[in-house]
Design a protein around this ligand. Structure first.
Ligand code: ADP
Ligand code: MG
Length: 253
């Protein structure tokens, strides 16, 4: 495979006696959207957590863009261009939407979560403009001065996506980005993720909603009980009898 930007090699992770990930190998090409599907408890979130440094694997490595991520701290991995939307939204409920989106923008400039006195008012205004643009992109601009804590669960997820996009990541990891969203908001999120597809960002999407998966994915890996049981194009995965049996209990994708 040419142009591989993310290389996960032989990753293993156990929690006590439970093997959450065994021998995971995954190569993702630059600019592609790779979906990871599989039943609850398959190890999908654990795999993303390994990629962002929240979980240290027992063995194996993750290499992104020529840099070894395994063993690095989450903020170092973030500075390497990796951003993630978590399964449970992690936002600042007592700040406005605009302020929420500006926090990672400041962090990107400073390399730390602090307000640096050296940031002049002009650069703050630029960041505000950038934040407003991202909120506009996500259809949240009208709510920009509301407190984030007052948002619906679906809007919180979109706010978190905005907080990722303002960082202009090279690798975006999305853990069930449409969970808790109405069909309308899900479709808007699909449309947004399709729109940003051409911008050179590589994405991994974990999703239960097959409409989202088949709308976005260039390739799909199927995880079951900590192992990748199938991988291929959406058509290959859709037609794979092993996948239908293991993941869907025989139902058709
Ligand atoms: P998925 O995201 O596919 O639903 P997870 O990666 O969250 O699955 O979990 C995989 C397995 O590992 C599950 O059995 C889960 O209970 C277990 N697990 C996940 N995180 C931890 C943890 N921090 N401590 C112990 N067990 C965990
Ligand atoms: Mg999960």
């Amino acid at each position: 495979m040419s142009n591989v930007v993310l290389n996960v090699s032989d990753v293993q992770k156990s929690f006590g006696g439970l093997r959450a990930l065994s021998d995971i190998n995954l190569q993702i090409e630059s600019g592609k959207t790779h979906a990871i599907i599989g039943p609850n408890g398959a190890g999908k979130s654990t795999l993303l957590n390994v990629c962002v440094g929240r979980i240290i694997p027992d063995s194996g490595s993750v290499i992104f863009d020529g840099q070894v991520l395994t063993g690095k701290k989450p903020h170092q991995i973030n500075q390497a261009g990796v951003a993630r939307v978590f399964q449970t939204p992690e936002i600042f409920p007592d700040l406005t939407l605009l302020q929420n989106v500006m926090v990672p923008a400041f962090a990107r400039r400073d390399g730390a979560f602090r307000f640096n006195a050296a940031i002049d008012l002009r650069s703050e205004a630029e960041l505000r403009d950038e934040a407003e643009d991202v909120l506009q992109d996500l259809g949240l601009h009208d709510l920009r001065n509301h407190l984030a804590g007052s948002l619906s669960r679906g809007d919180k997820r979109r706010l978190e996506l905005a907080m990722c996009l303002i960082q202009k990541p090279k690798l975006l990891l999305l853990d069930e980005p449409t969970a808790g969203m109405s069909r309308h908001d899900t479709n808007r999120t699909i449309e947004l993720l399709q729109r940003i597809k051409g911008r050179g960002m590589t994405k991994i999407v974990i999703e239960h909603d097959m409409h989202v998966v088949f709308s976005l994915a260039d390739r799909i890996s199927v995880l079951a009980q900590g192992a990748i049981i199938a991988e291929g194009s959406p058509d290959e995965v859709r037609g794979n009898p092993v996948v239908q049996e293991a993941y869907l209990g025989g139902a058709h994708l």
